[in-house]
Design a protein around this ligand. Structure first.
Ligand SMILES: Nc1ncnc2c1ncn2[C@@H]1O[C@H](COP(=O)(O)OP(=O)(O)OP(=O)(O)O)[C@@H](O)[C@H]1O
Length: 330
C-alpha cells in the first residue's frame, strides 16, 4: 500500500516507539535480546519470523501483558511502563487467534466489554456496538443477540475486531488474527480488513507466520530472527526486491519475484508509446493495477502486449518483457 501515514492517521492514532526493549523470562530464556522499532501513527506494521523468534512477546510487551525486562516503549510521547497497565489496555485494542470472545455473552455484550469498563451510558454503548458491527460487515439486528458458538469462524473473527475497536483505541495489536480460518475466508477477511483500516487508520502491529498476509497487509514488515533480532524493516516491495541478509533472502523465498509483482503497480514509467491504431484488438489494463494482475492478463490472453488505460483512455503499451522486469530482485 502506498500511503503516507503521518497525514492519513485516523483520529487519535498514536505512534509506537520501542527503544532497546528486552525480555528475559524467569527461566532464563532470552525471548527478545534487544529490539528498537518505530511505528508511525496510522501505519500497519507486520512482525514476521520463524516460530519462537519472539513476535508475540514483543506484541504483548506493548500492552504490558508481559513486562519488559529492559528498555522503553512509547505510545506517542507516553512511556507505557509508567502508566497503569489496566488503563493502558483500554487504550489498546487486542485481537488474538481464535478471538477469545466470552462464550456466555452475546455478540453485542462482547463488543460492549471495554465501553462497559469505561462506564459509557447504555445508549452510547448500544449505538457504538451497532456502528461497529456494521463496520465489520455484520447486521446488528441479526448478529447482536447471538452467542459466539452460533457464528462461523470468520464471523467470530470480525466480532473480535469490532470488540477491539469498540473504545476507539489509539493502537490495535493483532496476533495471528486470521490464521484460524480457512484460506478463502482468510483472504476475504484480509481484504475487508484493509478496507476497514483505510477508514479508521489505526496504528496497527500485526503478528503473522504467513508471508503472503504480511505482503498484502503491511505498510512495512519487520522480519525477526531468534531472540527478537530485527533482520530487516522495510516496505513489502523493498523487502522482496532487496533482502538485507541471507536469512531474509531465505525467509522470503525463491518465489519472491512473483510476490514482488503483486505489490508493484503498473505506472506511466514502464509504458511504451501507443502505436497509430492505439493498440486496437489488444487486451486492456488499468493504470495502477498490480504487475501481477497485468502479467496474468497477458498470459491468459496470449498477447505479447496490452494497452494500459487511465480513466478509460489509452495512455500506453505494456509489454510482457517490461512487466517481468518489475519482478526483478537482487
Ligand atoms: N512464559 C514463558 N517462559 C519462558 N519462555 C517463554 C515464555 N513465553 C515464551 N517463551 C519463549 O520465548 C521465545 C519467544 O516466544 P514467542 O511466543 O514470543 O515467539 P513467537 O515468535 O511468537 O512464536 P510463534 O510464532 O511460535 O507463536 C520462545 O523461545 C518461547 O519458548
Amino acid at each position: 500500500m502506498d500511503v503516507t501515514p503521518e497525514t492519513t492517521a485516523g483520529h487519535g492514532a498514536a505512534s509506537i516507539t520501542l527503544e532497546r526493549i528486552r525480555k528475559r523470562y524467569p527461566d532464563g530464556t532470552e525471548a527478545v535480546r534487544e529490539l528498537s522499532l518505530d511505528v508511525k501513527a496510522g501505519e500497519l506494521v507486520v512482525l514476521i519470523g520463524p516460530s519462537g523468534c519472539g513476535k508475540s512477546t514483543v506484541l504483548r510487551m506493548i500492552n504490558r501483558l508481559i513486562e519488559p525486562t529492559d528498555g522503553r516503549i512509547l505510545l506517542g510521547d507516553d512511556d507505557v511502563t509508567r502508566v497503569d497497565p489496566v488503563a493502558l489496555r483500554r487504550r489498546i485494542g487486542y485481537v488474538i487467534q481464535n478471538v477469545g470472545l466470552f462464550p456466555h455473552q452475546t455478540v453485542a455484550a462482547n463488543v460492549a466489554t471495554v465501553p462497559g469498563l469505561l462506564g459509557w451510558s447504555r445508549d452510547r454503548t448500544r449505538d457504538r456496538v451497532g456502528e461497529l458491527l456494521e463496520l465489520v460487515g455484520l447486521d446488528p439486528a441479526q448478529f447482536g443477540k447471538r452467542y459466539p458458538h452460533e457464528l462461523s469462524g470468520g464471523q467470530r473473527q470480525r466480532v473480535g475486531v469490532a470488540r477491539a475497536l469498540a473504545a476507539d483505541p489509539v493502537v490495535l495489536l493483532m496476533d495471528e488474527p486470521f490464521s484460524a480460518v480457512d484460506p478463502i475466508v482468510r483472504t476475504r477477511l484480509q481484504e475487508e480488513f484493509l478496507r476497514l483500516q483505510a477508514e479508521v487508520r489505526k496504528t496497527i502491529v500485526l503478528v503473522t507466520h504467513d508471508l503472503d498476509e504480511a505482503v498484502r497487509l503491511g505498510d512495512r514488515i519487520a522480519v525477526l530472527s531468534e531472540g527478537g533480532v530485527l533482520e530487516q524493516y522495510d516496505t513489502p516491495a523493498a523487502l522482496l526486491g532487496s533482502p538485507a541478509s541471507a536469512f531474509v533472502r531465505e525467509f522470503v523465498g525463491a518465489d519472491r519475484g512473483i510476490r514482488r509483482l503483486a505489490v508493484t503497480p503498473v505506472t506511466h514509467a514502464v509504458l511504451e508509446p501507443l502505436p497509430a491504431d492505439e493498440g486496437a484488438g489488444l487486451p486492456t489494463l488499468a493504470l495502477g493495477g498490480s504487475a501481477y494482475e497485468a502479467l496474468g492478463a497477458l498470459l491468459t490472453s496470449g498477447a505479447e502486449q496490452a494497452v494500459v488505460t487511465e480513466e478509460g483512455r489509452p495512455v500506453g503499451l505494456l509489454t510482457r518483457a517490461r512487466v517481468l522486469t518489475l519482478g526483478a530482485v537482487d
